[in-house]
Design a protein around this ligand. Structure first.
Ligand code: AMP
Ligand code: ZN
Length: 116
């Protein structure tokens, strides 16, 4: 069920606008409003699950789906030519700020390692 207080649920339910790169019945891909790289996208399951560590067994197919959607978008935007990074923040120490699972796709600049 959508969470009325969740920014991503509100964008998914179209109560709030977002710039969408891809959408199907299970997953949406949005352009991040505060981009940390020339390409910064968020791959979001439509189902409200707070964080990766709260995924239940029956919903795990959504992780595979997120990866297959990522492949589609990466091909469309030709991100593999120079490469990209995927990030999922989970919980306080990671810096997770929105508690609706999402995976960042970052591309278009040289990344550093380790991450900050
Ligand atoms: P995290 O810190 O991993 O929880 O990532 C949350 C991300 O959502 C941040 O990169 C924010 O810039 C981004 N964000 C916050 N609000 C919005 C919004 N309304 N539309 C698109 N991205 C957003
Ligand atoms: Zn939500």
């Amino acid at each position: 069920l959508p969470d009325n207080d969740c920014i991503f649920c509100n964008i998914i339910e179209k109560n709030k606008s977002g710039k969408t790169e891809y959408e199907d019945d299970e997953v949406v891909v949005l352009w991040d409003i505060n981009p940390q790289a020339p390409v910064h996208l968020l791959v979001i399951p439509k189902m409200h699950i707070a964080r990766l560590s709260e995924f239940s067994e029956k919903d795990l197919h959504l992780l595979t789906k997120m990866m297959s959607v990522t492949q589609k978008v990466v091909k469309r935007l030709k991100l593999s030519d120079k490469g990209f990074r995927l990030v999922i923040n989970d919980g306080h120490d990671s810096g997770q700020s929105i508690f609706h699972v999402h995976m960042h796709i970052l591309s278009g600049r040289r990344m550093t390692w380790p991450p900050g």
